[in-house]
Unconditional design. Sequence first.
Length: 255
Amino acid sequence: MKYDFVAKLQGNSGSRVSIVRDQSHLCVLKQGKGPFGDHATVFDTLRQIGLKTPRVYSTSDVHMLMDYIPGQTIQTYLDSNSGRDLLEYFIRCFELFDQHSQQSDFTKDIRDKFRELEHSLPPNIILPFSLEELESHVPKIMPRGVCHGDLSLENILYHERDFYLIDCSHKQLNSWWLDAAKLSQDLDAHWFIRNQNPSQELLDRLNTVSKQLRETVAPADNKALNCFMLLRVLPYCQTDWDKMFIVNKLEMLWT
């Protein structure tokens, strides 16, 4: 099927993401390493439990075509909002996720991820903990079920007074506890604005959302989970500056 190219968007994990026109409406075309069918299922599941996501029209081993949501980034949203609505949205998401999950033993899944990290972390990186120490502190019994799979502030849009989850991902570690911990990457470590000079007002709002989220949602305040999720970003860092940024933030979170 042919589409009219409109614009290029920033893609993560090696995917090519474009805005295209399909007949009379705009869509997002994501191309890269698939298959994308499992990701589309996550979108469908999140909509079924009452959350807003783009509607997926087609998938294959190499593409996914979905609605284009002309929303604000969360950074833009926080420029003119206190973040209270965002906090309430996170709490609602985690309540819904928990209602559609069951306690499960993740011991093998966690062990497998740490074995992967042993072989994929950059050489000569000094961490504030050993992998064995961190693994011993990561909870193994967690709710397994509905979750986003990659819940960062960059994967949320604000549109028409509501939030949309984008770039959902099918994961082996399918626990909303890890979604809650993943948010620390941006709320506390500020990964999404690492190359900017953010205003103090933005930093204060991120800190307020983080503090209240940690007071309300226990997994968001789990130091080991937060470090585990941030550590998993390290193998994908392209520059030495990004690597040291992650290491410094890990030291901040671990102490």
